[in-house]
Design a protein around this ligand. Structure first.
Ligand code: IPE
Ligand code: IPE
Ligand code: MG
Length: 258
């Protein structure tokens, strides 16, 4: 059996894939007695900081939770403002992301967005498809349960069409159908904003991800906080269900001598 390990990264101690819940925009604004949308606007700066950080450290994949399937239930004026910000960000940032070598993709239920947004999503994905420095996935209208349900539906279609036997539906088959199937699963999960929960983010993909939480609100994110997450990650022992002895590097025999 092959054991996935933290040392599979091109750079030892650096996660290959980081997944982030960008939370705390509303509270950031509330502390300044400003409307929530001001917090969302301020959060855009942190997105760029985070992308730069990953590019500098050689992180291969970054997945950002921008808008959940449940966030559609927020007040209409907040959802409307977020859609405007999203549209503006797509217009403003995509060329620069392309220049920086990011391959952009959007995960989630695209059918719920306006045509103006989906057209820009499609264009951003086509423009950046050939880039290889950073796989940047933006989770928008995304839910982990919906992701797993879509995988189950796709497998059911294969069975109904006689292309797959139910006996062949195993973990690998599901893993092939959930989003981000072409990437290594996240090594490190970061959530800002102080809440200790997953909030329906990548439920399948996070099975063995290292979780890291900070009270810092998303618009206040800085490189030192991200570095702290990386330092803590590098100090952790990932055991994947095995024992510490099984996964630890074997000590050189001379250090064992009395
Ligand atoms: C995260 O910030 C952004 C989105 C969910 C769109 P929030 O808007 O959830 O901010 P808080 O958690 O209310 O402070
Ligand atoms: C998770 O944050 C979703 C995003 C950051 C996009 P929420 O603010 O929606 O999560 P809960 O409601 O606190 O669990
Ligand atoms: Mg929140």
């Amino acid at each position: 059996m092959s054991v996935p390990s933290a040392t599979t990264s091109a750079t030892p101690g650096i996660p290959r894939h980081i997944a982030i819940i960008m939370d705390g925009n509303g509270r950031w604004a509330a502390r300044r007695r400003r409307p929530r949308v001001i917090g969302h606007r301020a959060g855009a700066r942190a997105v760029n900081l985070c992308i730069d950080f990953c590019l500098e450290r050689g992180v291969e994949a970054l997945t950002l939770f921008a808008f959940s399937s449940e966030n559609w239930g927020r007040p209409a004026d907040e959802v409307g403002a977020l859609m405007k910000l999203f549209l503006n960000a797509l217009d403003r940032e995509v060329d620069e992301l392309h220049r920086r070598g990011a391959r952009v993709r959007f995960i989630g239920d695209r059918s719920r967005f306006d045509a103006a947004i989906t057209a820009r999503m499609d264009a951003a994905e086509s423009l950046t498809a050939g880039n290889a420095r950073l796989a940047l996935s933006i989770a928008a209208s995304y839910g982990g349960r919906q992701d797993i349900a879509a995988a189950a539906r796709a497998l059911a279609v294969e069975v109904a069409e006689g292309r797959l036997s139910p006996a062949d539906i195993d973990e690998a088959a599901i893993a092939r159908h959930v989003t981000l199937a072409d990437l290594p699963p996240p090594d490190l999960f970061i959530r800002t904003g102080g809440d200790l929960r997953i909030s329906n983010f990548l439920l399948w993909q996070l099975a063995y991800t290292e979780l890291w939480f900070t009270d810092r609100l998303w618009p206040d994110l800085d490189a030192a906080t991200l570095q702290q997450a990386l330092d803590d990650f590098a100090a952790r022992e990932r055991r994947f269900g095995l024992t510490g002895e099984q996964v630890a590097p074997t000590p050189a025999t001379d250090t064992m001598a009395p």
